[in-house]
Design a protein around this ligand. Structure first.
Ligand code: GDP
Length: 310
């Protein structure tokens, strides 16, 4: 893997995380995943960081692939007991996943950074790529629906995540800055990939930080986004609702419009309904990652595209 390109991948916890697993299989430690920390939530006093942890579980081969979150084969003994005691249990965390969250909470409360906590978690689970929370500043996504403002997890889990979205805000984003580790991953990369994640809820908070955005904008290496839509549809989560709230079409052109000024190319699904585009050019292919070989094939095709672009 030495000599392979260095890739910085911006990702949320599902589509982006799957592509991260494909890249890790191709380039190992030369991959840095810049993870969205705006979904973080405090649950019963414990610091939960869904996207960085989901990415870590995908990279460690421990994710519950069917459910798309949590650890495969895990139990819910602690949350069953908490529910019995009368604690709110709308956000249930399985036992081994809870251990990760307790580890992070303690690490941070004793003065450590989230970046260092995540690095230790990833390395303990045998992950070779770097998993970097985009910022140490607490930022939190809030969603406005007919029911008022909700935290992202309340909207997705307690409310079922299907109400029309009226507005999205990321609290704390104005004052947030990228970590030095993230900026150095971006400046050291041969390729920057914006993963097939929700462009508003997962990538929006990452690119919403002015220093991080400007590092991507001013980069001299190709910046390639992968659309999270398959045949114009989101296969998990409210990506279509987000595009609709912003008046964008649910196709590759809608995704590209949210990354205006950043992209060298956009990779989208063979069946995407958008017309072809020149700026940025659209490259069509199979972008649905149903298993490990699909994930690695997509990563490999992005590395081949990099070669043809440089
Ligand atoms: P979240 O943090 O869990 O919301 O996850 P992301 O933002 O990373 O991913 C959500 C998006 O991933 C959805 O729009 C899905 O359509 C997309 N997605 C999930 N699996 C795949 C896949 O295999 N291929 C592509 N192209 N997109 C995917």
């Amino acid at each position: 893997m030495r000599g392979s390109p260095r890739v910085a991948l911006l990702a949320g916890g599902t589509g982006g995380a799957k592509l991260a697993a494909g890249f890790q299989a191709e380039i190992g430690e030369r991959l840095s995943v810049i993870a969205n920390p705006a979904d973080d939530e405090t649950v019963l006093g414990i610091d939960v960081s869904p996207d960085p942890d989901l990415i870590t579980y995908w990279l460690a081969g421990q994710i519950d692939e069917e459910r798309g979150w949590g650890i495969a084969g895990d139990t819910f003994t602690v949350f069953d007991r908490l529910g019995l005691l009368g604690a709110p249990d709308w956000f249930r965390i399985s036992d081994r996943d809870l251990a990760t969250c307790i580890y992070r909470s303690t690490f941070v409360s004793e003065g450590g950074t989230r970046t260092a906590a995540q690095a230790q978690i990833a390395s303990a689970l045998g992950v070779t790529a770097a998993v970097l929370p985009a910022t140490e500043t607490p930022i939190r996504t809030r969603i406005k629906t007919g029911a008022g403002w909700r935290t992202l997890q309340q909207y997705l889990i307690a409310d079922g995540g299907s109400d029309p979205i009226e507005e999205v805000n990321v609290d704390g984003l104005e004052g947030a800055t990228a970590t030095p580790e993230v900026l150095s991953a971006l400046t050291g990369a041969d390729l920057i990939v914006i993963g097939p994640s929700n462009p508003v809820l997962s990538i929006g908070p990452i690119l919403g930080m002015p220093d991080l955005r400007s590092a991507v904008e001013s980069s001299s290496v190709p910046v390639i986004a992968v659309s999270p839509l398959i045949a114009g549809r989101s296969i998990k989560g409210p990506t279509e609702e987000c595009l609709k709230a912003l008046g964008r079409p649910s196709d590759a052109s809608g995704i590209a419009s949210l990354y205006e000024g950043l992209l060298t190319a956009l990779v989208c699904d063979d069946d995407d309904p958008a017309e072809d585009s020149e700026d940025p050019p659209f490259y069509r292919g199979k972008t649905l990652m149903e298993n490990a070989s699909d994930r690695q094939d997509l990563a490999r095709s992005l590395l081949q595209l990099l070669e043809s672009l440089t």
